[in-house]
Design a protein around this ligand. Sequence first.
Ligand SMILES: *Cc1c(COP(=O)(O)O)cnc(C)c1O
Length: 380
Amino acid sequence: MKLDTLIVKGINAKDNPYQSVVPPIFLATSFVQNGLDDFQKYGYSRGANPTRNAFEELFAKIEGSRYCLATASGMAATTLAFSLFKTGDKILLNNNTYGGTYRYADTIFKNQGLKYELVDDFNTLNEDEISSDVKAIFIETPSNPLLRVTDIKRIVNIAHKKGIMVIADNTFLTPYYQHLLELGVDVVVYSATKYIGGHADVIAGIVTTNSDELAAKLDLLRNSFGSMLSPTDSYYLIKGLKTLSVRFDRQTQNTHKIIEFLSKEEAVSTVHYAGSYSKFEKDAQEGQATGIGALISFEIDPKYDCNKFVKSLRIFDLAVSLGGVESLVCHPASMTHDSYPKELQEKIGIKQNLLRMAVGVENSDDLIADLKQAFTKAKI
Ligand SMILES: *Cc1c(COP(=O)(O)O)cnc(C)c1O
């Protein structure tokens, strides 16, 4: 089956008691045993639950992974991955990464004896620059909010030679566009709150891996932290996921049209999207992914008022998050990346005039007309 068919038909109705076309929601917290030492498949829902399991089996098929764990949020997924490490270990991160991931490294790592270092460009990182205490590389490709692309095969090659684990956050592209485990990544995490759920109505996360050993550790961590996804939210993910291909096709089409418009717009000085930074990144993006996704960030020319621009938009809402069917715009410096100190924001290019746009499924002519009228009103 092709991916877009699997997304819809990946759950077999024969696997549930009444062959319902959508799986039932099992709210039960515990399940009856037939006798001492006579356990059934399910015992207590923190450890495993049939509805969560239905989602996990479906997502594992789409990801092409041996294991999949659904978590209470994207941050819970990242937390599980970070919890694989111990005192003295160091983790390398992109210099621009999800604000919550940076905040976790900058505040919680200390308590756990972990260290982190921000890497300006993973594409130019060489083996001999990596110190011996580095135990993991945590990558977002494309990154947030500058949409920088890392050549995954290259970094996996370098890391594995030194026995370093590679973890990647694939929230922005999902397996619809990018299969990171196939490229050698050890653990992939997702905020399913975004494109997987797709309708801005469920907070959820996912961890995938092909390693028996890592899967067992991650499962123990999730069961011990209690950071699993609820049955109801698991159902919402199954429901949302079914339309991923139609949503993401439309969102990506709209994104290409908006990029074309912004590139010619005099109010915009720079447009960032996956592969826009350099020929190297464009080639890496095209080699490892089948689409650029639906995120753009851009810098507004100083002759235009940023606040007036966002306030004048009628279709784009000013809000954090992404991946829902509605188009959103946000100001990373004061919203999603507020956890970064101001000097660091400036240094890595999260400027005051940078806006990030999450493109929805609306009509692209309406979206472009909305941007046009807001630029006109924002002119100083
Ligand atoms: C939103 C997001 C997260 C965190 O996910 P939550 O579901 O909000 O906890 C992690 N990584 C990326 C890239 C995100 O966009």
